[in-house]
Design a protein around this ligand. Structure first.
Ligand SMILES: Cc1ncc(COP(=O)(O)O)c(C=O)c1O
Length: 394
């Protein structure tokens, strides 16, 4: 979309604000459904963080298979709002949150908690006994790969081989209130690492090579883990894998029944650099130009919404409209002042808007209470983010 398109839509809107372009979100959603082929999609809520947007996405296709939550407290809250089939992707031993989950399970909701080590199983079993429930759980296996001293992937689960999974199974077998119903493995080194970065030809080649090697190995381990669980007598309702960046390889794995997707819907800047797909920016934020200190310099109010993870320039927000805007190298995106350099044709002045994209998807919503839905050239609705609902989970 062009600068003039959004400028016209938001000519009376006070800054700063964030919005989701529903037409683009829908196009991204359709592209993702296509990319997933016959796999179900579990929506990663961390990358969405708005109840209304989650509802919208779930309504798009029966191919959507519930939500992947990032906190037990969040899952219990969403269950209370009417959502169901909630997989909590990250383990927790917080008693209060596990009790909130138990309360929803007693009301008939399906909330599956994650476990990968004895401490998780012990605490989940204890709370399940206290609450008088059978707690559905999912085991998370590690899919990261060491390559020549490099850790390719994320450090999460300790379950890297059959012996460790067997040890986990034997503790699980002594936990009568826990019911294993799923397996998850997140290949972050495929799903979350771009391999088509501009001007980095050699690095892209190396990453593509590592990805190919890694896919081969992780497929074997995931298939073996599934086989072990089935042999041990567990009935798996789902095998969850992948993320936005790995749909092309995840969909080829026979044992995977569903893929987790979140970031691709908003398509933040970290997802611009993949060789296998490109979605369109659906979530943006806008700042006002509040001063013009030098020719070609437009200083905006606010904007320091830097993304989490390892520190690097790629975590800064990206001014994207008008086209050709860039951040100032010395200042980046500031707590209260963000100078933007621009030498294009648009006549910018104090009070005008500059539009930005966040590096990550859901984190944008931690900065704003509301999102505007933009649809067919106008604001169709104002919706709340999790933050706007007074919710902040991690
Ligand atoms: C367990 C798990 N699955 C899937 C994903 C992929 O999410 P997204 O599509 O937002 O990249 C993530 C992201 O960190 C994750 O932690």
């Amino acid at each position: 979309m062009s600068y003039s398109y959004y400028k016209e839509i938001f000519k009376h809107t006070p800054t700063p604000f964030a919005f989701v372009d529903k037409d683009i979100l829908l196009a991204n959603c359709q592209a993702i459904l296509k990319r997933a082929q016959d796999k179900k999609i579990r929506i990663a809520t961390k990358s969405v963080r708005s109840v209304e947007v989650l509802k919208f996405l779930l309504a798009q296709s029966p191919q959507m298979q519930g939500l992947m939550c990032y906190s037990a407290e969040e899952a219990a809250w969403l269950a209370g709002l009417g959502f169901d089939d909630l997989l909590v992707a990250y383990p927790t031993v917080q008693k209060k949150h596990l009790q909130q989950v138990a309360a929803q399970i007693k009301l008939g909701k399906k909330i599956i908690l994650m476990a990968n080590q004895p401490e998780h199983l012990q605490q989940l079993q204890k709370i399940a006994v206290q609450e008088g429930i059978i707690q559905p759980i999912c085991v998370d296996i590690d899919l990261s790969m060491p390559f020549f001293g490099l850790h390719f992937g994320v450090k999460r689960s300790n379950l890297t081989n059959a012996a460790q999974l067997n040890a986990f199974i034997s503790i699980l077998n002594q936990s009568p209130n826990l019911k294993l119903c799923g397996l998850m493995g997140y290949e972050a080194q495929i799903a979350g690492v771009g391999d088509a970065m501009k001007g980095r030809l050699l690095m892209n080649k190396i990453i593509q090579y590592l990805k190919r090697k890694s896919i081969k190995k992780l497929r074997q381990w995931r298939a073996q883990a599934v086989e072990m669980l089935l042999k041990a007598g567990f009935k798996l309702d789902f095998v969850n894998g992948g993320g936005t960046g790995s749909l092309e390889s995840s969909r080829e794995e026979g044992v995977i029944t569903e893929v987790a997707v979140g970031s691709g819907f908003y398509s933040p800047t970290l997802f611009d650099h993949y060789s296998n797909f490109r979605h369109q920016p659906a979530a943006l934020f806008a700042l006002e130009i509040c001063r013009t200190p030098q020719k070609g310099v437009y200083t905006c109010l606010g904007g320091g919404y830097v993304a989490s993870g390892s520190v690097g320039k790629e975590k800064l927000p990206l001014p994207c409209l008008p086209e050709g805007c860039v951040l100032d190298n010395n200042e980046g995106a500031g707590e209260v002042q963000t100078p933007v350099l621009y030498a294009g044709d648009e006549k910018l002045a104090v009070g005008d808007l500059v539009f930005f994209r966040h590096a990550k998807a859901g984190e944008l919503c931690e900065r704003f209470n509301r999102l505007y839905w933009v649809e067919k050239g106008e604001i169709s609705q104002e919706i709340l983010t999790y933050r706007g609902e007074g919710k902040s989970f991690v």
